[in-house]
Design a protein around this ligand. Structure first.
Ligand code: PMV
Length: 330
C-alpha cells in the first residue's frame, strides 16, 4: 500500500468514574471489569505520524525532545499492531506533544495512545470504525480506548480483542461537569499502571471489587443519564476507594495517596455535606480529581485555593470540562 503519508490527531485525556484496575489478559489488555469515564476537554495530546519507507526504525519526539529507550519501545510496539492491521511495512516518524505539563503527574497514556492510534491509522490511508479504533488504542494503554469516543464513555470488558471496546454513553453537552485537579505531586509514578495492573490479583480484595463493579457502573451510568449528582458522587468515591484498597493490599503494596490527598478527600466530603456538588476520585497517583457541576466549580476552586495545604504538597490546580472524541486535524 502507499506509504510515506502523514496525519495529525488530537485526543483528550479522560478521568474514570468506575476504574479499570487489573487485566484478564495483560498482552491484549482485556480488563477484569468494565469502566466508565469522561473526556477532559482542556487536557490533550496532539500526535503526528509519518510513515516513511526510507527510515530503518521508528523515531519518536515527545514535547520536542528526541526519545529513545522505554518510551520509543512502547510506541514502536503499538505501531507494530497498526502495521499488522493495515499491512504496512514502513517505519514511522512520530512527534507528540501534550498541552498539559508533563511533570504534573497527570497520566498522558490515555490521550497519547488514542492520538497515536488515530494518527497512525489515518496516515496509513485507512478509515476504521470508531469501535475498531477503540480496540486498537486499548492495546497501547487500556484507558486510551475511552479517549477515542466523545463525552461520557463506557469501555466494555469483553471476552476477546473485538468485544473489548469503548463507546459513548452521552455527548459532552449532556451534563455540564468539571474536573478540578489538585496536583499534589509532580513526581513520576514509582509504579506505573501497566505494572500495577499485573499486581491487582495479588490483593485478596480484588475479587470483591470486581464482584460489584458492574452494579456500580450501572449506578453511575444511570446517575449520568438522569444528571443525579448525589447518587453519582457516592458511587464514584466508593469505586475510587475500592481501587486504592486493592492497590494498598497488593503484594508488594502500592500506596499512591499522600497526606495531602487524604486532607483533600476529607475536605471534598465536607463541602458536599455543606451542599456543594463535588466528589473526589484518584487514579494511580496522589492527585485529587474534584469532579463537580460546572455551576459549583468556581466555589470548589475558591475553597481549594483557600486550603493551606501547600506545606503538604498541593502545587498546582488544573481544570477541564467534558471533552469531545479523538479527531484528525488538518
Ligand atoms: O490505561 P492505564 O494502563 O494507564 O490504566 C489506567 C488505570 C487508572 O487510571 C488507575 C484507572 C482508569 O480506569 O483510568
Amino acid at each position: 500500500m502507499a506509504t510515506d503519508r502523514q496525519a495529525t490527531a488530537r485526543a483528550h485525556s479522560n478521568i474514570a468514574f468506575i476504574k479499570y484496575w487489573g487485566n484478564v489478559d495483560d498482552d491484549l489488555r482485556l480488563p477484569a471489569n468494565p469502566s466508565i469515564s469522561m473526556n477532559l476537554d482542556a487536557l490533550y495530546t496532539e500526535t503526528t505520524v509519518t510513515w516513511d519507507d526510507s527510515l530503518s526504525a521508528d523515531m519518536l519526539r515527545l514535547n520536542d525532545q528526541p526519545e529513545s529507550g522505554g518510551a520509543l519501545e512502547r510506541v514502536s510496539r503499538h505501531l507494530d499492531i497498526v502495521r499488522q492491521r493495515l499491512n504496512i511495512s514502513a517505519s514511522a516518524r512520530v512527534a507528540s506533544r501534550n498541552n498539559f505539563p508533563m511533570g504534573a503527574g497527570i497520566a498522558s497514556s490515555a490521550s497519547a495512545f488514542a492520538a497515536l492510534t488515530l494518527a497512525a491509522v489515518t496516515a496509513g490511508g485507512a478509515t476504521l470504525s470508531e469501535r475498531e479504533l477503540t480496540t486498537l488504542a486499548r492495546r497501547g494503554s487500556g484507558s486510551a480506548s475511552r479517549s477515542i469516543p466523545a463525552g461520557f464513555v463506557q469501555w466494555e470488558a469483553g471476552i476477546d480483542h473485538e468485544t473489548s471496546y469503548a463507546h459513548s454513553v452521552a455527548a459532552p453537552e449532556h451534563w455540564d461537569l468539571t474536573d478540578i485537579v489538585a496536583i499534589v505531586s509532580a513526581d513520576h509514578k514509582a509504579v506505573g499502571s501497566t505494572h500495577g495492573h499485573t499486581s491487582a490479583g495479588t490483593s485478596d480484595l480484588q475479587a470483591g471489587r470486581l464482584r460489584g463493579a458492574s452494579a456500580r457502573l450501572e449506578a453511575v451510568r444511570q446517575a449520568i443519564a438522569s444528571r443525579d449528582f448525589r447518587a453519582f458522587a457516592e458511587t464514584v468515591e466508593h469505586d475510587s476507594n475500592l481501587m486504592h484498597a486493592v492497590m494498598m493490599t497488593s503484594r508488594p503494596p502500592l500506596f499512591y495517596w499522600h497526606p495531602a490527598s487524604l486532607t483533600l478527600m476529607g475536605a471534598v466530603r465536607q463541602w458536599r455535606a455543606e451542599g456543594l456538588d463535588v466528589c473526589y476520585t484518584l487514579d494511580a497517583g496522589p492527585n485529587v480529581h474534584c469532579i463537580c457541576t460546572t455551576a459549583h466549580a468556581p466555589e470548589v476552586r475558591r475553597r481549594l485555593e483557600a486550603l493551606d495545604i501547600a506545606a503538604e504538597g498541593m502545587i498546582d490546580i488544573l481544570q477541564a470540562g467534558v471533552g469531545g472524541g479523538a479527531q484528525v486535524l488538518d
